[in-house]
Design a protein around this ligand. Structure first.
Ligand SMILES: *Cc1c(COP(=O)(O)O)cnc(C)c1O
Length: 427
């Protein structure tokens, strides 16, 4: 697999380099030089998830990894299902939240962890990251138990929800969590200092396992095929997919699936009040505004970092941006849609509810709609309970972690203390 830096096409890397480096020169994103195209889609859709996904990813990766190894990575990463649930006559929910941290980020995170371990040839790696909640859990669970990789996660003590803390600070093994007596900014600034310290970086093989890593998007391509595969064959030729979007990685993966031959008629890019992209598609003007807090807080992003990849794909495929549908929903509309879903017998959460709303508004006669459910309703229990007047139960994994002992160490926001600790973890 060959990839180039979108900002400087003369910088090209292999899959292995792209996975290890994350970003190219000048913070440029990597993008595949060519995409495989599947002519016989029906045969591909007839395969089970792991076998099909191995075939898709192996076609992308090429001869850098044998297909047997790709299959092993995929079966380790995709250890849970992505069921398609019927919500009404022509609308289906693709549930991407059945992984260990109950959010779709488990797909990308777990495949990235597997890929990084596979391409680093047993070199010791230390992943260092700061979290204000969700990313910590996804990274911790994705890398848990992987040989030669240690993960150190910093978070502000007392400033994340107790349940969230339990979800990733109870694993132990190669997952090291540090509660910092400070703010999230203190945590982030210590992470930055560590990456600026080239001696330390070398000594412990420091890596960020960045959210922009191409391996994440590659994994996410696979569940779009899985969604269509679960539709009856006669409903597969007019499919519209609605994607709740923040940094637009999820939508990028869907568009890549389409470019690889998956028959999708149209995508709808849905946002909350942070609507830089819908406004851009309407007016042609890229005008990010101050980010505002919403019910769908994983989408509170006003400068989506994957957008350049979408523009690059449209340019390459000679698609027009006007073919990309979009829309926004504010908190009031989100709550309204969450209620109507609940009345229809489907329990959702704010991110999925936005995607549902835009799909229901824009779906036309003869089309079959799918909206992506990116998180388990219990992950947003507070707002879901308040809006629906319910007390939704904690699902198994969350309930299990809630009973476990916290293993975090506590530390002042002091870089030297962290540096000593990182060397100790690695030694
Ligand atoms: C990250 C996230 C999103 C946004 O996905 P992008 O790929 O950043 O567009 C949507 N919903 C949930 C629950 C998320 O965690």
């Amino acid at each position: 697999m060959k990839l180039y830096n979108i900002k400087d096409h003369s910088e090209t890397v292999s899959f292995s380099q792209a996975v290890q480096q994350g970003l190219g020169r000048g913070q440029g994103l990597f993008f595949p030089e060519s995409l495989p195209y599947f002519d016989d889609i029906e045969a591909l859709l007839a395969m089970p998830l792991v076998a099909r996904s191995s075939k898709i990813l192996s076609a992308l990766i090429g001869d850098e990894l044998p297909i047997s190894q790709v299959s092993e990575l995929v079966s380790n990463a995709f250890s849970f299902a992505a069921p398609l649930e019927q919500v009404d006559d022509h609308i289906h929910a693709l549930e991407l939240f059945h992984g260990p941290t109950l959010a779709f980020k488990d797909f990308g995170g777990r495949f990235m962890a597997q890929s990084l371990a596979a391409v680093s040839d047993g070199k010791k790696i230390t992943i260092l990251t700061a979290t204000s909640g969700d990313t910590g859990a996804a990274v911790a669970h994705a890398f848990y138990g992987i040989d030669n990789i240690d993960v150190v996660i910093l978070y502000p003590k007392g400033k994340i929800s107790p349940l969230q803390e339990k979800l990733f600070c109870t694993l132990g093994g190669n997952i090291h969590t540090v509660a910092i007596n400070g703010t999230f900014d203190d945590c982030q600034s210590m992470v930055k200092q560590a990456f600026d310290d080239s001696e330390l970086r070398q000594a412990i093989g420091l890596n960020s396992a960045n959210s922009i890593n191409i391996s994440r998007l590659m994994a996410q391509i696979c569940y779009y095929f899985e969604a269509v595969a679960q539709l009856p064959a006669h409903k597969r030729d007019q499919v519209v997919i609605s994607v709740p979007s923040g940094n637009f990685g999820n939508l990028t993966a869907g568009l890549l699936a389409k470019a690889m031959g998956l028959p999708i008629k149209r995508f709808i890019a849905g946002t909350n009040a942070n609507d830089t992209v819908p406004r851009y598609l309407d007016s042609g003007e890229w005008a990010p505004q101050q980010t505002v807090a919403t019910l769908s807080n994983a989408m509170d992003v006003s400068q989506p970092n994957n957008w350049p990849r979408i523009e690059e794909l449209f340019r390459r495929e000679q698609w027009r941006l006007s073919e990309l549908a979009s829309g926004r929903a504010d908190d009031e509309e989100t709550a309204e849609s969450l209620k109507s879903l609940s009345q229809a017998g489907y329990l959702c959460e704010p991110h999925g509810a936005i995607a549902y709303r835009l799909l229901a508004e824009q779906l036309e006669e003869g089309e079959e709609g799918i909206f992506l459910c990116t998180a388990h309703p219990a992950k947003f229990k507070e707002s879901v309970d308040a809006i629906l007047g319910k007390d939704i139960p904690l699902p198994g994994p969350l309930a299990k972690h809630a009973q476990m002992t916290l293993l975090s160490r506590e530390q002042e926001p002091d870089f030297q203390t962290l540096r000593d600790y990182l060397l100790e973890v690695n030694g």
